[in-house]
Design a binder for this molecule. Structure first.
Ligand code: G3P
Length: 218
């Protein structure tokens, strides 16, 4: 399973990269706005800076909502770097745009996925990645992980090549459960990735080892 970090914050991207386990980065318009990145020139420059930091797939989202706008933006984003994956929302125009850019050798990440039906359409359109938002499904008292498992089963039965990218991850346990459910990729806040490191018995065990070593060597 690949690990992407879900942020536009360069410091956090660098920290995830330094951990040595990072395979890519995802962003969205909310995450770009959170970092104060505004205006087309700055947005494109920021994506370029991310591509220069991480040698992996970098999802960059279109803002346009109509077919023409999405393919124009998608082409401009794809020109930044070969690792750019154009993120397109699951709408009627979005599906048509995914088909079009895929036919023009541009890779895509179909975002805002909340149902298996949407996942089937995105795969048929040729999306490279599919982003079910598991945390937001959990927010609605539904089980986001169940959707990952359902999509994984369908994709296996049908032989679809689209990779399942579990998004809207909120906790380390989401990462573990997404892995169990068959996600190909998780995109997570840095805090959830770092949360995987933690176990009190590891801390207690290490303290004991160091204490025993100190006693034996003093
Ligand atoms: O990858 C999608 C993600 O950024 C959305 O996360 O926590 O806003 O639902 P969240």
């Amino acid at each position: 399973m690949k690990f992407f970090v879900d942020t536009a914050n360069l410091e956090q991207i660098r920290e995830a990269q330094d951990l040595g386990i990072l395979d890519g980065v995802t962003t969205n318009p909310s995450l770009m706005a959170k970092e104060g990145i505004t205006g087309e020139v700055n947005v494109l420059a920021h994506y370029k800076a991310i591509c220069e930091l991480v040698d992996g797939d970098i999802s960059a989202e279109v803002i346009g909502t109509d077919f023409e706008g999405m393919i124009k933006e998608g082409q401009a984003l794809a020109e930044i770097h070969e690792n750019i994956v154009v993120k397109v929302p699951m709408t009627k125009d979005g599906v048509t745009a995914i088909r079009w850019v895929t036919d023009h050798d541009i890779r895509t990440n179909c975002t805002l996925i909340f149902s298996a039906g949407q996942a089937i359409l995105a795969a048929k359109a040729g999306a490279t990645y599919l982003s079910p938002f598991i945390g937001r499904i959990d927010d609605m008292n539904w089980d986001g992980i169940e959707l990952i498992a359902q999509i994984a089963e369908i994709y296996t039965i049908q032989g679809y090549q689209t990779e399942i990218l579990a998004a809207s991850i909120r906790t380390p346990l989401h990462i573990v459960r997404a892995a169990e459910a068959g996600a190909d990729v998780v995109t997570c806040p840095l805090s959830s990735i770092l949360g995987l490191l933690k176990h009190p018995l590891t801390d207690i065990g290490l303290a004991q080892f160091l204490a025993d070593h100190k006693k034996a060597n003093s």
